[in-house]
Design a protein around this ligand. Structure first.
Ligand code: PSZ
Length: 289
């Protein structure tokens, strides 16, 4: 039996029901997080819960739980569902109210939902890398909020999928921003470069782990805007996300990145990232690389 968390209570997932007038359903009026679980333990849980609280606060939703309380509830959910390797999906919306763009008057309680999804690490992609396309970034100017509104991201990802690619790399004019559900990095002359964390991208938890690993291991790293021309001429390109970890990008819009195989710095960061997982979650048994 699978369980879900609904407003602080762990119940059977099939019994977790949401009203049709939930503002998440009608307006996408809410925020979410995806947390990776390895060996039954949450990876970078504090960082995800901190970003969750920040996203909620930035749109005026107040969470009824502290990060410590939420951690406890999610740990309980992981145990109840016997989750070993997979993800926790969690979202909060502005709650249930008669349909109106204006926030509901009075104190409508937010709707908080979490459930788990089983899923092994993406070994094939990690090993051989992925193909990508380029697409104009048509999103709003608050991409730092992990909003439930994902239409532009979905359309970009669908376009990539239809072209046989894993991800769409978005750009605003000549500036590379991020993937539809990942952060983008290039390596040039030994330096790792990725977009600064501002309103134009999501401040990825995986991105921040990678930046930290670079600094600790004397790999030169810079956070600044990367142009399409620089992407074109990069020695290596990789993407990062909670589920994709450090995934090599071997092709962009039909053009190979260098010789079209994962580069040495990308592979080094994959190893360092694996060590970081093991530090937090214990030895990985299903290592394949
Ligand atoms: O399962 C999946 O496909 C996931 S889990 C997380 C994501 C995808 N994407 C997160 C994300 C994003 O949606 C955008 C627009 N930019 C960057 C990221 C990476 O953020 P982290 O590293 O926090 O997952």
């Amino acid at each position: 039996m699978e369980f879900a968390l609904l407003n602080g209570e762990i119940i059977e997932r099939s019994e977790a029901m949401i009203d049709v007038e939930d503002r998440g359903y009608q307006f996408g009026d809410g925020v979410y997080e995806v947390i990776r679980v390895y060996n039954g333990k949450m990876f970078t849980a504090a960082e995800h819960l901190n970003r969750f609280a920040k996203s909620a606060e930035s749109i005026g939703i107040s969470l009824a739980y502290t990060s410590t309380q939420l951690t406890g509830l999610l740990e309980k959910l992981v145990i109840k569902n016997n989750l070993v390797t997979g993800n926790i999906y969690m979202q909060v919306t502005r709650g249930i109210a008669p349909r109106n763009h204006v926030f509901p008057a009075g104190s409508v309680p937010p709707t908080l939902v979490a459930y788990t999804i089983r899923g092994v690490r993406p070994f094939d992609n990690l090993k051989t890398g992925v193909k990508t396309i380029l697409t104009e970034d048509i999103r709003w100017l608050r991409c730092d909020i992990k909003s439930l509104n994902l239409l532009a991201n979905i359309l970009a990802k669908q376009k990539a999928s239809e072209e046989g690619c894993f991800e769409a790399i978005q750009h605003r004019g000549q500036d590379v921003t991020e993937g539809s559900s990942s952060n983008i990095f290039i390596v040039k002359d030994g330096t790792v470069i990725t977009h600064e964390s501002n309103n134009l991208i999501l401040k990825g938890i995986t991105k921040d782990v990678i930046l930290d690993l670079c600094i600790k291991n004397n790999i030169p790293v810079k956070e600044r805007t990367v142009s399409l021309a620089e992407l074109d001429e990069a020695d290596e390109v990789f993407l990062s996300s909670t589920t994709a970890e450090v995934t090599p990008v071997i092709e962009i819009s039909g053009q190979k990145v260098k010789t079209g195989v994962p580069g040495p710095i990308t592979k080094k960061l994959q190893k360092l990232f694996e060590k970081e997982i093991e530090k937090q979650c214990g030895v990985l048994v299903d290592k394949d690389m």
